[in-house]
Design a protein around this ligand. Structure first.
Ligand SMILES: Nc1ncnc2c1ncn2[C@@H]1O[C@H](COP(=O)(O)OP(=O)(O)OP(=O)(O)O)[C@@H](O)[C@H]1O
Ligand SMILES: [Mg+2]
Length: 426
């Protein structure tokens, strides 16, 4: 709302120091003093002191949180006055954030630990490439938007894009360079590699956050996780470049499968990493069911666990429970664990897997306990060990199988849907 330049100018006029300004920006972005301390590498007390200096310099009296609200009001008033006098530029004209078609994330539960860890990686550890992955519906897109909102004060420019429509890299780079440059680039820099160079140079000289959402749009269906469709392989090169060449920006990707480029680079002490997003915790998942007006609360835990806290699947199933069972989860569970919508949702995920992965899913769906690698090998005697290993690791990267003490198992809802598919194919 208030452009950072305006805020810095005004704060400087009031005698606010650079370090106090940094604390103020985080405070305005909604961080607690403890979080501000952590982000700035000082104690929570020191952060509180800096903020109280700021309040004093702006002549704000009062107690605790009220002071921040008062200061916010004061800043808005000053900004509006400056706009009227023509001494400030409208925030929109500065346009430092391009949200693309990012979804609204105002309904958002939990994820505190995830946000903290991701912020630590990006702010303190200065990760330059971070790949968020997890099964469809688990909340990657939502989390990436929330994360971006929270990181806003730390970056000069932010570019958030969904890749659902699978843009070619050259088309995405035109949008990106136009945004970063403020106007289209010189047409002489037309090739993809020239544009990539320009972007890398920009990322080296400016601190930018680029979020690329839904990279699975580029992966080849029916192949192991992490393979690219023809015409999209240059994304892989670009991601590799972003991870290996030093720069001061951060690129965050989300995808349904773990990115091979990142798996390869992480752990080499490079500031590169991947983060597997799991389901919501019980309480937060229950909040979704509550929001949908469901009843039969003693059975909610069973439902949430069956769906491994997947918010999308829980929303889908809750809709049917409401319509058919008047919202009673117990009555629904007496009948089935899943609905037609869920079946279709999971089939779309299965569409992506290879033949061998599907065979493994079918075998695991018939087991009550986990199967070890050796046991699977016995059942799939015509498959060589290397292919079996790749297929299992691909299934894990897609979050379709889990590993417990006894071996590999399917999450409950995946298991039941797989069994139904097997029956219909028999
Ligand atoms: N923390 C959360 N609190 C409340 N609702 C959530 C949360 N995370 C996700 N959701 C809801 O769950 C649904 C799926 O989330 P989202 O679209 O982020 O999943 P995704 O992992 O990006 O899925 P896909 O891989 O299919 O793109 C959305 O309707 C979203 O609003
Ligand atoms: Mg998504």
């Amino acid at each position: 709302m208030i452009p950072p330049e305006f805020l810095s100018d005004l704060a400087t006029q009031q005698g606010v120091s650079k370090s106090e300004l940094a604390a103020l920006k985080l405070g305005l972005a909604g961080y607690s003093t403890a979080d501000i301390g952590e982000q700035l590498g000082i104690s929570g007390d020191a952060a509180r002191k800096r903020l109280s200096e700021v309040y004093q310099k702006f002549g704000i009296a009062g107690r605790g949180p009220v002071k921040l609200t008062k200061l916010q009001q004061l800043l808005v008033t000053r900004y509006q006055e400056a706009l009227e006098k023509g001494t400030a530029v409208k925030a929109a004209e500065l346009e430092q954030v391009d949200w693309g078609n990012a979804p609204d994330v105002s309904v958002f539960y939990g994820r505190t630990a995830e946000l903290e860890q991701l912020e630590r990686w990006i702010i303190q550890d200065r990760y330059r490439l971070l790949a968020l992955y997890g099964i469809s519906g688990i909340g990657k897109t939502t989390l990436s938007v929330k994360l971006t909102q929270r990181l806003q004060p730390h970056f000069e420019k932010i570019f958030w894009r969904s890749l659902y429509y699978a843009p070619l890299l050259q088309d995405l780079l035109i949008e990106l360079t136009t945004f970063l440059h403020g106007s289209p680039l010189d047409p002489a820099l037309a090739t993809v590699s020239e544009q990539m160079d320009w972007v890398m140079d920009y990322l080296q000289h400016h601190r930018c956050l680029l979020v690329l959402n839904g990279l699975e749009s580029f992966s080849r269906k029916g192949d192991l996780a992490g393979s690219y469709q023809p015409n999209y392989e240059n994304y892989s090169q670009w991601i590799h470049l972003v991870g290996t060449v030093p720069h001061q920006s951060c690129v965050v990707t989300t995808s349904q499968e773990k990115l091979g480029e990142v798996a390869y680079l992480e752990g080499q002490t490079l500031p590169v990493g991947s983060f597997k997003l799991r389901g919501l915790e019980l309480e937060q998942a229950k909040a979704i069911l509550q929001n949908k007006g469901l009843t039969g609360e003693d059975k909610w835990q069973y439902l949430v666990d069956g769906y491994r806290g997947n918010p999308m699947m829980l929303k889908l199933v809750a809709e049917t429970i409401k319509e058919v069972f008047g919202g009673n989860v117990g009555d629904f569970l007496d009948t089935s664990l899943f609905t037609r919508d869920i079946h279709n949702f999971i089939e779309r995920i299965f569409d992506r897997v290879s033949d061998l992965e599907r065979q493994i899913l079918y075998i695991l769906a018939e087991q009550n306990d986990g199967l070890s690698f050796k046991q699977l090998q016995t059942q799939l005697s015509s498959i060589n060990a290397q292919d079996l290993m790749s297929a299992l690791s691909s299934l894990r990267q897609r979050s379709l199988i889990e590993h417990v003490d006894q071996g590999f198992i399917l999450p409950p809802v995946i298991k039941e849907v797989t069994q139904q598919i097997m029956v219909s194919e028999a």
